[in-house]
Design a protein around this ligand. Structure first.
Ligand SMILES: [Zn+2]
Length: 487
């Protein structure tokens, strides 16, 4: 993605970039604690800054990398993302009367569709399936119906009710993955500068300043910094292939993309360091937490569980409407790990691997917001938290990844605001599609109903704050009141 390379005046990171170095001499290295301020102004997404390679790379020997050995075979599927849905682009030019009429027609079409006789429904399904086949089968492209890039599910999920039905989201083009991974290979033997190492532990870390291949490099640094590669016999080459495959499996959707996975991982890394969780929990648990974050939204299509269930997609059918997306993320994660060349756990003893698998599944499934109240009340019910009590720690794991997952609002405004823009865009894409398909529309996703301030106030007040406060009782290091410089 070529984002505008404007300099962000409030960035703690960018303004200090030196030639041929990662940023040094940061203006402020003060930790920014979990805060809950709402950004009243809107900024644009174009916040990507020019950035530098790491200081003094040990070796810049490029290691050729090809996506040929990726676990998922993809052709170039760089399709059109419906960023300007028909319903939105036309509505600006229509009178209210015309809009009402359009809505009426939409409603009657939707009701007609709901009442189709079985034979017609069967025929419609057959036509739909045939159309989909024409649009997604490359060797039939000469017929002129083939659409490059329509997403196919990762893994063999069947195609009776494909969850990508009518959803044209972008998978990464193979060339893009190859380019990013090659650039990662060029810098991956380098060393992250000391200032960047410091910043990487803080919520004020500015993700918008970094390119994807540098983000891969920073992820590698986190694992190395915590000594996870050496402690669990993870071969460097295997780890790098794992990272590249993870990168490949994130889609180009507005919010739930690779950069989001990085931000969640970086927040978790910051909490692990700040709260000394490696000493309190142990290396294996830290490995579980970090890897769960890296993988927690793999192959997210940009349409949430409500859509999956209402549209009766393949994922909803497969997982019986129970956290379809989270189950899918988890399944894709272990599909990647099943491949020998990227199985970072292959040297982990069987007994520990069992714990790793259980832990990652628990963490990723906990990110379903439908389970928010259940997990929060389980956590609150713990009377005297003990790191020796496995049941307590298991709930803590879920709270930690949930906090990391929704922690954008705990970042400085110039970093948080673009994320809100991304989230709204993803919501609007979904609600536009739901309107087109005659499906129920969540009010908080409806571009005609939601406003940023009101949605943020509700989210922060009812979801984020109670969760953060609960975590603060067990890990007081994260409590905002301990950061004196704020007051
Ligand atoms: Zn997430």
């Amino acid at each position: 993605m070529d984002l505008e390379k404007s300099v962000n005046p409030t960035s703690t990171l960018l303004n200090q970039c030196q030639p041929n170095q990662y940023p040094s001499q940061p203006v402020s290295t003060q930790p920014v604690p979990i805060s809950t301020s709402v950004n009243p102004t809107s900024t644009h997404l174009n916040q990507c800054q020019p950035n530098q390679y790491p200081s003094q790379p040990v070796s810049t020997q490029p290691v050729p990398f090809s996506t040929n050995d990726l676990p998922i075979s993809t052709s170039d599927r760089d399709n059109q993302y419906p960023s300007q849905p028909v319903t939105n682009s036309t509505s600006d030019h229509l009178s209210q009367y015309q809009l009402n009429q359009l809505c009426e027609v939409e409603r009657s079409v939707a009701s007609l569709r709901a009442d189709l006789p079985p034979a017609v429904e069967e025929l419609r399904h057959a036509v739909e399936t045939f159309r989909m086949r024409l649009e997604t089968t490359e060797h039939l492209s000469w017929l002129g119906f083939y659409k490059k890039g329509i997403g196919e599910p990762l893994g063999n999920l069947g195609n009776s009710h494909p969850y990508w039905k009518n959803v044209q989201y972008r998978r990464k083009a193979e060339e893009e993955v190859t380019t990013v991974c090659s650039k990662f290979r060029e810098i991956c033997d380098g060393v992250v500068g000391l200032d960047t190492q410091e910043l990487l532990r803080l919520p004020s870390f500015n993700n918008w300043a970094w390119k994807d291949w540098e983000i891969l490099f920073l992820l590698q640094h986190m694992y190395n910094d915590l000594g996870l590669l050496s402690k669990f016999g993870i071969e460097t080459e295997v780890f790098r292939k794992f990272l590249c495959r993870v990168y490949h499996c994130y889609n180009q959707v507005p919010f739930h993309n690779f950069m989001h996975a990085f931000c969640v991982t970086q927040m978790m890394y910051g909490m692990i360091c700040k709260c000394d969780l490696q000493r309190r929990l142990g290396d294996l648990d830290v490995l579980i937490l970090l890897t769960s974050c890296v993988c927690h939204d793999l192959d997210h299509p940009g349409f949430n569980n409500i859509y999956q269930i209402n549209a009766r997609t393949e994922l909803a059918l497969r997982y019986n409407d129970i956290s379809p997306l989270e189950n899918h993320h988890c399944s894709v994660a272990f599909s990647v790990l099943e491949r020998n060349e990227c199985n970072i756990f292959k040297n982990v003893p069987a007994e520990d691997y069992k714990k790793v698998r259980e832990g990652i599944i628990r963490c990723i499934l906990a990110t379903d917001m439908a389970r928010h109240n259940e997990i929060l009340s389980d956590f609150r019910e713990i009377q005297e938290f003990s790191f020796e009590n496995r049941a307590h720690v298991n709930v803590l794991f879920m709270v930690l990844i949930k906090v990391a997952d929704i922690s954008n609002e705990a970042r400085p405004l110039d970093i948080a605001e673009p994320w809100l823009e991304c989230l709204m865009q993803e919501f609007f894409n979904q609600s536009d599609l739901e309107k087109l398909e005659g499906l129920p529309v969540s009010p908080f996703m409806d571009r005609e109903k939601v406003t940023k301030p009101s949605s943020q106030c509700s989210f922060i007040g009812f979801v984020l704050l109670p969760l953060f406060e609960a975590l603060g009782t067990v890990l007081p290091e994260l409590d905002v009141r301990h950061f004196d410089f704020l007051f």
